[in-house]
Design a protein around this ligand. Structure first.
Ligand code: CA
Length: 246
């Protein structure tokens, strides 16, 4: 059963609005099938072939949802899930455990380690998609209309006001739109080109270096002199709003 109105593709017009799914799976054939189907349904797909790689990918580019195979080389899916839940910035990351085991006892164990849901192999693609969408709907904190919040920053979009820890932050119009976009997708890394598309618009032609200038101004304004730097620079990749700078 497909709910057309909640398909990811319907939520935004740019590719940036597509949810990113990390597929953690050591069987290449399953990865291929998942990638094909998920991309067809409007998701972006990232891959990891073992548990250690999964944690690295999550740290580098936090997905919106993780499809986590139970039986993995190096580190089991259960251990990966534990680590995801242990880290402050991925504590709320939606995780669906994929398991070949059918015993209820095992599924319960998976949920106890912090998975939000589980599905057993071989799974039906429609059933998986329905669960993914349900989970994304729950986890995508629908912002109070016209208001965004991240860490100690709040943005009142209607009043065009930004506060950090109660202190008023004054931003130019471009920095305001840049922050608004980053706050809509916290922890996700965007390249300069993606930021140009999203903030300046695809028809505006400016140098990618322009983004650096505005990021620098944004960082200066929101960070003040002593506060935690919430703008993460990822070498050769881009920028993200994050509480962990590295
Ligand atoms: Ca496996």
């Amino acid at each position: 059963m497909m709910d057309a109105d909640i398909s990811p593709a319907a939520e935004g017009t740019t590719s940036l609005a597509k949810p990113l799914v990390l597929v953690v799976e050591d069987e290449a054939a399953i990865v291929t099938v998942l990638r094909y189907n998920l991309e067809k349904q409007g998701f972006r797909v990232d891959e990891a072939g073992d548990g250690q790689e999964a944690l690295t990918r999550i740290a580098e580019n936090t997905p919106d949802l993780v499809l986590l195979d139970w039986m993995l080389p190096v580190m089991s899916g259960i251990e990966v899930c534990r680590q995801i839940r242990r880290r402050p910035n991925t504590r709320d990351l939606p995780v669906i455990m994929v398991t070949a085991r059918t015993e209820d006892q095992d599924a319960v164990r998976g949920l106890n380690t912090g998975a939000d849901d589980y599905i057993t192999k071989p799974f039906n693609m429609d059933a998986l998609l329905a669960r993914m969408r349900a989970l994304l709907r729950r986890s995508n904190a629908v912002p109070v209309k016209g208001r965004l919040a991240f860490h100690d920053i709040t943005m009142d979009l209607a009043a065009h006001r930004v506060q950090r820890n109660g202190r008023a932050v004054h931003l130019g119009p471009t920095e305001f739109r840049l922050l608004e976009f980053l706050m809509q997708h916290p922890r996700r890394v965007f390249s300069r080109e993606e930021l140009l598309d999203a903030v300046w618009g695809p028809d505006i032609h400016v140098e990618p270096r322009t983004v650096d200038v505005h990021i620098r101004r944004l960082r200066k304004s929101i960070n003040g002199d002593t506060e935690l730097d919430l703008v993460r620079t990822v070498r050769a990749a881009g920028y993200a709003l994050d509480t962990e700078p590295i």
